[in-house]
Design a protein around this ligand. Structure first.
Ligand code: IMP
Length: 437
């Protein structure tokens, strides 16, 4: 049995905490796309774990898997695993032999290409982790996979093939001065060592087969998306997107499980009660001034990976309707309801006005999206209360206006909210339905 968790907006919806909250009965937690551009914060008592590659479930004693759809930077991976070990945890994390490796030159190219694009306002505001260049090489059939790190002949062949291409791009297109990140011998040495460590710790597996066996044995599998639907390279606000597919269909492709297997389980869309955005591009419900500042501070809206202050906006319902269709959500989870507490009123972008028409969903091009004028609905605000006490009692204890807000979102999307986040800790969440039941 599977449960899939997907971001329904622009990333940072609090997927990690939903995985943590609903993942208790899971035996295995799988990431199916993205890389160390993702940031998950998991709070356990007084301890905060900031993870970017290790699936959040791995800190709760579950097997964590990085599927073939993930791009893996071994430097980040081992730093993170070693850091968790220093904090007294011993996570079991395995990675797909088919997953592609983020090499130092991918990061270098990510940085120099973004700098070049800045002149034309086309930069995506990437996390600088080399995600796009790695997926480009995957699609261009010149990538290096985890399985290649285990075979020094293949690793050398791949490096020798790819390096003239990378050096030419860096030097001749972008005018950079390639350094150690482009040095075949240095890379061969470092990445062979990673291969050795992966082999000696038994970390590389054929994830699809591994999962099939676990499911056959009765295990429960949680599939954890990174980023969000509007950052999806196909369904998002291209070109201000990430280079993978956070949407639910990729939970199958990026893990090796069949779509029918994934489709038998719940697909839960995680929603932040307002909008936040790191990166560039239009944002029709964007806020500025005091209200933006208030939400940014209350919600701690600073990037987990980059520390950048996030842009914030009102909830965008056309974005959520679009995400519900693209993913086929069976349920939703709404986070950060506590952040909006204390406001006199809460506005929601209910629809858009565009070209004299009212739209309920996002247009297919980002340029038209940028022209959309939100049509707002205003809800009564709710006061700040003891959220732990509310969570202990359940949904009926929520302030009435917050209940109305949740009911409105459920009714508009036609799916139930199975979990509500009222603060970062486990004790400040309401679970209304068990997705594994
Ligand atoms: P990249 O994934 O680093 O290539 O960045 C592409 C776009 O996705 C940029 O706008 C980033 O800010 C955004 N992005 C990537 N990962 C995350 C995330 O985990 N949360 C929010 N935005 C992200």
């Amino acid at each position: 049995m599977t449960v899939t968790i997907v971001g329904s907006q622009l990333g940072d919806e609090g997927k990690g905490r939903v995985v943590d909250l609903l993942g208790e009965p899971a035996d295995v937690v799988v990431r199916y796309q993205g890389g160390d551009n993702a940031g998950h914060t998991v709070v356990d008592g007084d301890t905060k774990y900031k993870l970017s590659l290790v699936p959040s479930g791995a800190i709760r004693g579950k097997v964590g898997l990085l599927g073939n759809g993930v791009v893996i930077n071994p430097r980040t991976f081992f730093d993170e695993v070693d850091g968790l070990r220093e904090q007294g945890l011993d996570p079991t994390v395995k990675m797909a032999k088919r997953a592609h490796v983020i090499m130092p030159y991918h990061r270098a190219i990510d940085g120099i290409e973004e700098a070049a694009k800045a002149d034309s306002d086309l930069e995506a505001g990437t996390t600088g982790r080399g995600i796009g260049p790695t997926y480009e090489d995957k699609a261009g059939r010149r990538g290096i996979r985890i399985g290649d790190l285990l075979d020094s002949t293949v690793l050398r062949e791949r490096l020798e093939y790819v390096m003239p291409h990378k050096r030419a791009l860096y030097e001749e297109v972008y005018g950079g001065d390639p350094g150690a990140a482009f040095d075949i011998e240095a890379l061969f040495e470092e990445f062979s060592e990673f291969g050795e460590r992966i082999r000696s710790e038994g970390l590389a597996v054929d994830v699809g087969t591994y999962l099939e066996d676990r499911i056959a044995a009765g295990d429960r599998v949680m599939l954890e998306g990174a980023q969000g639907t509007s950052l999806d390279i196909d369904h998002g606000i291209y070109p201000y997107v990430t280079s993978s597919n956070p949407t639910a269909g990729y939970a199958s492709t990026g893990s090796g499980l069949g779509v029918t297997e994934v489709g038998q389980g719940s697909v839960i869309g995680v929603i932040k009660a307002y909008l936040s955005r790191v990166g560039t591009g239009p944002l029709p419900t964007e806020l500025d001034g005091d209200l933006a500042e208030y939400i940014r501070e209350e919600g701690g809206e600073y990037g987990t990976v980059t520390g950048r202050p996030r842009r914030v906006g009102h909830l965008d319902m056309p974005m959520l309707r679009t995400a519900t269709r693209a993913n086929g959500f069976t349920d939703i989870a709404i986070n950060h309801l506590d952040v909006l507490a204390g406001l006199d009123e809460v506005k929601v972008g209910h629809a858009y006005e565009h070209d004299g028409e009212t739209r309920d969903t996002m247009p297919a091009t980002t340029e038209r999206w940028g022209e959309c004028e939100p049509v707002y609905r205003t809800f009564e605000g709710w006061s700040d209360v003891d959220w732990e006490a509310v969570a202990a009692t359940g949904f009926k204890a929520l302030p009435e206006p917050a209940k109305e807000y949740v009911s409105y979102i459920e009714a508009e999307l036609g799916v139930p909210a199975v979990a509500l986040g009222l603060g970062p800790a486990r004790e400040t969440a309401i679970v209304r339905e068990d997705p594994w039941a």
